[in-house]
Design a protein around this ligand. Sequence first.
Ligand SMILES: Nc1nc2c(c(=O)[nH]1)N[C@H]1C(S)=C(S)[C@@H](COP(=O)(O)OP(=O)(O)OC[C@H]3O[C@@H](n4cnc5c(=O)[nH]c(N)nc54)[C@H](O)[C@@H]3O)O[C@H]1N2
Ligand SMILES: Nc1nc2c(c(=O)[nH]1)N[C@H]1C(S)=C(S)[C@@H](COP(=O)(O)OP(=O)(O)OC[C@H]3O[C@@H](n4cnc5c(=O)[nH]c(N)nc54)[C@H](O)[C@@H]3O)O[C@H]1N2
Ligand SMILES: [Mo]
Length: 723
Amino acid sequence: MRRTSAKDGTPATWEAISWDEALDEIASRMITVRDEHGAEQVAFSVTTPSGTHISDGISWVERLIRSFGSPNTIYGTEICNWHKDLASRFTYGTDIGTPDFANTDCILLWGHNPSATWLARSIEIQKGRKQGAKMIVVDPRPTVFAQRADCWLRVKPGADQALGQGITKVLIEEGGYDHTFVTEWTNGPLLVRADTGAFLRQSDITVDGDPDVLFGSQQEDGALMHYDAAKGQWRDSNDKIDLLAEIMVDTKEGMIACQTAFGMFADKVCAQPLEWIETETGIPVEDIRHAAEILTTSDTTAYYAWNGVGQSITATQTERSISLLYGLTESYGDKGGNVPGAAAAFADVSGQDLLSDGQRAKALGLKERPIGPALSGWVTARDVYRAVLDHDPYPVKMLISFGGNILASQPDTDRAIAALKQLDFHIHADFFLNPSANYADIVLPVATSWEREGLRTGFDASVEGMRTVQLRAAVVKSMAEARSDIDIVLALAKRLGLSSQFFDCDIDTGYDHILAPAGLNIAQLRAHPEGVTLPSKVPYRSYAECDENGNPKGFQTPTRKLEIYSETLLQNGYDPIPVLESGLPRQRDDKFPLQLSGAKIVAFCHSQHRNIESLRRLMPDPILEISKETAESRNINNGDWTKVTTPVGHFVARAKLVKNIEPGSVFAQHGWWIEGAADTPYSPDNPMAANMNRAIPTDTADPISGSIPLRNSMCDVERMDGW
Ligand SMILES: Nc1nc2c(c(=O)[nH]1)N[C@H]1C(S)=C(S)[C@@H](COP(=O)(O)OP(=O)(O)OC[C@H]3O[C@@H](n4cnc5c(=O)[nH]c(N)nc54)[C@H](O)[C@@H]3O)O[C@H]1N2
Ligand SMILES: Nc1nc2c(c(=O)[nH]1)N[C@H]1C(S)=C(S)[C@@H](COP(=O)(O)OP(=O)(O)OC[C@H]3O[C@@H](n4cnc5c(=O)[nH]c(N)nc54)[C@H](O)[C@@H]3O)O[C@H]1N2
Ligand SMILES: [Mo]
């Protein structure tokens, strides 16, 4: 459909055009911008694959973006999965891994509530519980799993890094970790120079020294012990290594004080008393100790940490704090732990290799956050708004969205509208016309997953599921003229002259390419619509496997060890060890005494589904979960309409009093944009009044990832009279 009205905020009017006309025009405009200004001036946006139909098409969309040459895709990863999937690499060298909940001794859910957001995962958790697994839940709300947990840690929103530090402190002080594992498989024993913070290298000591040779220190005599980081091997036996050594080393530059990474970590983590952690987190010291005890006495622990820790301005270091704590449990990679690389081998078509270094370097926000998501071409919405509106660092002229709804799922709503109006050309491909599509020049109707085939290589609810591959058949005929995202991608690729990078624009050839490394082809999958589970073994503790030269595979980090100390972070100006030395960076203000957080609900996925009547009956209006104390002090009763105000905006929601919820916070739902009934304060005149993201400040962001405080902005709440 082509827009026939001005972009003035009123509902757009449209005329139908043919697919050929639409695709020809889109491709020719893309080429013009690329040739005249550069491909980076065409930004893209994709909806999340975590819970939308795009999950089995997104790699193809990304392949189009990268082969076209744009480093700018709004993906929302910095407020969704980046921390667990990529920041985890600073510690493990891989993603968080698939938690083997069904076979574990201890389930740890940290800011993740699968009872509402991942029902298949919940089933795995129940399997584990039936076999006697203990459960620890870190959540400010009494979720279903929190109520059933052996240990529920009702953390104050945003205090997770402090909590991770507190539990780690107990493990270290009480010896609740495996000394052999830390010595053998982490970079804890390696010496760090006090002057530079870099690892001590052989090249620091002698002129012809090898920079890949790092050192530990022997107990008793303090002799240097050689570690070959290129091979991942200790040259000297590390039986007698001193994990806590502090020594002076004679270097080319004179005597330099050095301390082991583990010693530095232990000193920093143990610096504050547990009572300080209690004040910061709201969690009693005995509960922190109880969690540590469960972790220590469980042979294996499987965990998942997600939105509750990823949507804050300390998200990356919080992720580090949790993954280091988890690293000490020695479960990473183990059966019953979190298993990385559980999927069978398949080719990745997302085209990371197709974006040139020159284009990659132009990603918006990469200069400010050089090891953040922009490195993969995933940029924040607000950086795109800045480019469109202020031409900083260059203009963005065109936006092509494959789903997504930035006006509801991202903050800065007014700036977003201004930016959408400012664009020279804007395409939105979707099932429905959402508010973001209302500013598009051309809208492309997309087929849902029910109307098309879908290839899925691995189902990540369980380790076993990761070995399953399925070509799901369409279950209904495509409605009207809707086309799948993949069809749209291939049609554009052809017009852009990119056929050779798209398997001659034949999807079956592309699918065969994906499947070949696993020894499968698309014809086999079509003959088995129920899917195929590969017989190959799950690679438990793969870091300990050796290559033909006898070198262990190790971890895919610069030191080939699980990194307690991250030189990568240090070199980019960040703390190499995640430690909170002072209180939380909260904006304290008497006018806004409460914290605004949120959680997802089972009825809807993000801003979708509120147009589905049966679901709307389950959840007719947006809810604000609130403690009895907070409600009483503000004269708010269950069901009252409330107005939530922050320093940058406000929104409306209906109060729900919840027993045992973290009392200093309120919990809202995002994604509301379809109006309520005429007798609600977000009636058809003002549907966006219920959009919580209008009230989220974005002036401070996580310095590494760019995440924003969706879970810990300061606010106040008042009852709305007259509703
Ligand atoms: N029904 C439904 N399912 C979904 C989605 C959906 O919108 N609806 N979205 C999908 C997507 S894209 C994602 S990313 C996943 C997300 O899945 P989850 O991570 O489970 O998402 P949430 O429910 O948003 O957040 C998890 C928990 O974090 C808690 N929390 C809030 N603030 C804090 C805090 O400061 N610290 C801690 N520790 N916890 C906190 C909340 O109370 C909540 O119970 O769900 C996916 N599944
Ligand atoms: N305050 C607050 N804000 C949040 C969150 C939060 O917890 N709190 N969660 C954040 C998270 S984790 C995420 S992932 C983002 C999600 O943010 P978005 O990805 O923007 O998700 P939605 O807002 O639901 O937009 C989905 C749109 O994509 C369309 N769509 C669905 N499937 C497909 C498909 O296969 N193809 C195409 N072309 N279109 C499709 C839908 O019809 C819908 O219009 O929101 C983030 N925003
Ligand atoms: Mo997400």
